[in-house]
Ligand binder design. Structure first.
Ligand code: LLP
Length: 431
C-alpha cells in the first residue's frame, strides 16, 4: 500500500486508519475525500522530531499549506508544534480564523498584493519571504506606515535541477521566483534589504522543486546557500541567522515509488550544514523547512461511485466516476500517476486495465489511463490513492460541480472537516 494508514479489512474493503471506506461512502456520499489524521500527525511528528534529533532542535518545520488548506489543517499543525507557510491572503485568513499563532506563519509568493501584505502586517505574521525588488519596497513602505517591523528572508534562485517534472521545477535560473544567484541579483538584494528602515533581514530561502526522491539535490542546495551566506558575510559584513531550504520531499503515488525517509534527509542535510559551517567559520543557522505534499499527500484517498462502464473492444475500457478534473486536475495538468483500487473489492485481483474517466464535459477529463483495476460495475466504489496534496486545494467548480466532502479519520473514527458543497453554495457569489 502507498501509505501505512491504508489496509484491507475482514470484509475485503479498503480501510483508512481502520475506518471502512465503503461504509463512509454510504454514509457521506461520493465523491468523498478521506484523510488519515493519524497519518498526517505521524508525518508532522517525523519532521518536528527529525529537527530535534539531528539539528539540536535549532529549526522550525512549516507545513506548506498550499498542499491542503482548511481550518482543521492549521489546528492540527498548531497542535503538532509546526509553523505554516502561506501563499495568499486567503490562506492567512484561514490560518488566523483557526487560531494559528501569527508569529509562526511564513508568507510566500511572487506577487503579494498590498492588501495581502497589509493583512499580514496587521496580524503580526512572523516571516516574509521577499521575492523581488518591488515587493521589498512595498513591504518596507507598508510596515513603515503601520509602525511595525517585518522579518524578512530573501528568496534565492540557486540554479539547481532537481530532476523533477518540468512544471514543478522552481529552483532553476529560468524561474519566475526569487533573486538569481548567478547574476549577482541576489547579493544586490541583500545589499538593499539591509538598508531598509522597517525590514529586519534574517535569512535566505530556496525551494528546488516538488516530488523529489533523492537527497543529493537538497544537500547541494544547502551547500550553495551556505556559500552565499559566506559571501554575504565577506562582502557586506552581515551574517544572516536563518536558512530556509523549502519543501519538495517526494511521496508514494505508486507501489514502486521509493522516496527517502525524511529522517534520513534531515540527518544528511544537518551533517552537511554543520560541516560546511565549521569549514567556512559560519554560525550554524536556524533551519526552516516547508514540507507540503509529504505531510498530507499519501494520507488521503478519494472515493467515487462508478457510473457507466464503456468497453470499446481492442481500444480501451472507460470507467466513469462521479468526480473528475473538478476535484482532481493533476492528471490533466501533469499526467500524474495514481494507484486506484475498487474499495468494495479490494481483495480481488486488479486484472483489468481501465481509463478512469471524470464526469466533466471534456474528453481530457481523465484521472488515470491504462491503470490496473478489479472488474467493476456501476455502483462499485473506486478509490484513488495519494490524493491528499494539491487535489482539494486545486479543485474547481468546473461544470458547476460542487466540491466533495472531506473527512479526517483517527483510530477508526471519522469526523467531517469540510462539508460537501451544495448546489446552493454555487450561487453564493452570483448577483
Ligand atoms: N515551499 C515553496 C516555496 C513551494 O513553492 C512549495 C511548493 C513548497 C514549499 C511545498 O512543496 P512540497 O513539499 O509540497 O513539494 N501543484 C503541484 C505542486 C506545486 C508545488 C508548488 N510549490 C502538484 O500538484 O504536484
Amino acid at each position: 500500500m502507498v501509505s501505512d494508514s491504508l489496509s484491507i479489512n475482514s470484509q475485503g474493503h479498503l480501510a483508512v486508519s481502520g475506518a471502512d471506506t465503503v461504509s463512509l461512502a454510504a454514509k457521506y456520499g461520493t465523491p468523498l475525500m478521506v484523510y488519515s489524521e493519524d497519518g498526517v500527525r505521524r508525518n508532522c511528528r517525523k519532521f518536528v522530531s527529525s529537527i530535534q534529533d539531528n539539528y539540536d532542535g535549532n529549526g522550525l518545520a512549516l507545513y506548506a499549506s498550499k498542499a491542503f488548506s482548511c481550518l482543521e489543517m492549521y489546528r492540527i499543525c498548531d497542535s503538532e508544534q509546526m509553523g505554516v507557510d502561506v501563499v495568499s491572503g486567503g490562506e492567512i485568513h484561514t490560518a488566523l480564523k483557526a487560531g494559528f499563532p501569527a508569529e509562526k506563519i511564513l508568507f510566500h509568493g511572487n506577487n503579494k498584493t498590498p492588501a495581502e501584505l497589509g493583512l499580514a502586517l496587521d496580524a503580526g505574521v512572523g516571516r516574509y519571504v521577499v521575492d523581488n525588488f518591488p515587493e521589498m519596497e512595498l513591504l518596507d513602505r507598508l510596515a513603515g506606515e503601520k509602525g511595525v517591523r517585518a522579518r524578512v528572508l530573501l528568496r534565492i534562485t540557486p540554479g539547481i535541477d532537481a530532476h523533477t517534472h518540468d512544471f514543478i521545477k522552481t529552483g532553476l535560473i529560468d524561474s519566475k521566483f526569487g533573486f538569481t544567484l548567478e547574476t549577482g541579483e541576489a547579493l544586490d538584494a541583500v545589499r538593499r534589504v539591509l538598508k531598509k528602515a522597517n525590514l529586519d533581514f534574517v535569512g535566505v530561502h530556496c525551494h528546488i522543486g516538488s516530488q523529489i526522491f533523492d537527497i543529493d539535490p537538497f544537500e547541494h542546495a544547502a551547500l550553495v546557500m551556505l556559500g552565499f551566506i559566506r559571501k554575504i558575510k565577506d562582502e557586506l559584513g552581515f551574517e544572516p541567522a536563518e536558512l530556509n531550504l523549502g519543501g519538495g520531499f517526494g511521496v508514494k503515488y505508486l507501489d514502486d515509488d521509493d522516496p527517502e525517509d525524511f529522517t534520513e534527509y534531515m540527518r544528511r542535510v544537518a551533517a552537511v550544514v554543520k560541516e560546511k559551517c565549521a569549514e567556512e567559520g559560519l554560525r550554524v543557522p536556524f533551519i526552516l523547512i516547508e514540507p507540503g505534499r509529504s505531510i498530507v499527500g499519501a494520507e488521503c484517498v478519494t472515493l467515487y461511485t462508478v457510473g457507466g462502464v464503456k468497453r470499446i473492444p481492442g481500444v480501451r475500457t472507460y470507467v466513469s466516476i462521479d468526480g473528475g478534473m473538478a476535484d482532481n486536475p493533476r492528471y490533466i495538468l501533469y499526467q500524474a500517476a495514481y494507484q486506484i483500487t475498487c474499495a468494495n473489492k479490494a481483495n480481488e485481483p486488479r486484472d483489468t486495465y481501465v481509463t478512469l474517466a471524470g464526469k466533466c464535459c471534456e474528453s481530457g477529463d481523465l484521472i488515470q489511463e491504462n491503470a490496473p483495476l478489479q472488474r467493476v460495475e456501476p455502483g462499485d466504489i473506486v478509490a484513488v490513492m495519494t490524493t491528499g496534496a494539491y487535489n482539494y486545494s486545486m479543485a474547481s467548480n468546473y461544470n458547476r460541480i460542487p466540491r466533495p466532502a472531506v473527512l479526517m479519520v483517527s483510530g477508526g473514527k471519522e469526523r467531517l472537516i469540510i462539508r460537501r458543497e451544495t448546489n446552493d453554495d454555487l450561487l453564493r457569489l452570483d448577483i
